[in-house]
Design a protein around this ligand. Structure first.
Ligand code: AP5
Length: 214
């Protein structure tokens, strides 16, 4: 399985990617997660990326493409992967095609998760992630059973992302429309795009994802 997940901020790419990892047994490669790890560990790359991330802007293509090229050298990518949040620009999509050419394996699908813009704002401003096990919650739609405590691992370290405030989210959606929407057309021209409705229960969305990838 070699899949690219497309969709606006908050459309559910990370949520569905985690279910796909369990179901299909291939790794999730999230550029957002890789960048946040670099910011946390204070690397040079993290320092360069932080300002753009905090503002809701895209990180420079050369940083992202270099990071992906490194990640693709890891053994766990041999049998497939799910890209979450990459590619986000046409130059990134072209660079990924070059990587596929070198691997002699084509992309399977570009899976587009479609969600209305206003719902995205609510989803993102309510998002909480467990700092211990990565389980995701939402204050409005899927809160943990006990406030502030992870259902899965009992940790009380539920984190709100620095860029998950309404002002930054609105900007991220604008950036998505300007710079990332064209990537849908790029994959459409290759007849790779499959689209699923991203509204409804998370498991129902996942059932649509499995159908679309069948
Ligand atoms: P990144 O981490 O990729 O953020 P994003 O694309 O903005 O996407 P999100 O993680 O916000 O949303 P998601 O679609 O994964 O939704 P989720 O499943 O979490 O990027 C962050 C930043 O890093 C960027 O702004 C940029 O600066 C930089 N960056 C990253 N990649 C880059 C690249 N390739 N190039 C340049 N810069 C890059 O769900 C959201 C919420 O909704 C959760 O609370 C969840 O529980 C809830 N939810 C999910 N599904 C449902 C459902 N069906 N019903 C109800 N609630 C739901």
């Amino acid at each position: 399985m070699r899949v690219v997940l497309l969709g606006a901020p908050g459309s559910g790419k990370g949520t569905q990617a985690k279910l796909m990892v369990e179901h299909y047994g291939v790794p999730q490669i999230s550029t957002g997660d890789l960048l946040r790890a670099s910011v946390k560990s204070g690397t040079e790359l993290g320092k360069r990326a932080k300002v753009a991330m905090d503002n809701g802007d895209l990180v420079a293509d050369d940083i992202i493409i270099g990071m992906i090229a490194e990640r693709m050298k890891d053994d766990d990518t041999k049998d497939g992967f799910i890209f979450d949040g990459f590619p986000r620009t046409i130059p990134q999509a072209r660079a990924l095609d070059n990587i596929f050419d070198e691997m002699h394996h084509p992309l399977g699908h570009a899976l587009l998760i479609d969600v209305d813009a206003e719902l995205l704002i609510k989803r993102i401003s309510g998002r909480l992630t467990c700092g211990n096990c990565g389980q995701m919650y939402n204050d409005f739609f899927s809160p943990p059973a006990k406030e502030g405590v992870c259902d899965k691992c009992d940790s009380d370290n539920l984190i709100k992302r620095a860029d998950d405030n309404e002002k930054t989210v609105r900007h991220r959606v604008e950036i998505y429309n300007e710079q990332t929407r064209p990537v849908i057309g790029y994959y459409d021209a290759q007849r790779k795009v499959v689209k699923v409705e991203g509204v409804g229960d998370i498991d129902d969305v996942f059932a649509r994802v499995k159908d679309a990838l069948r």
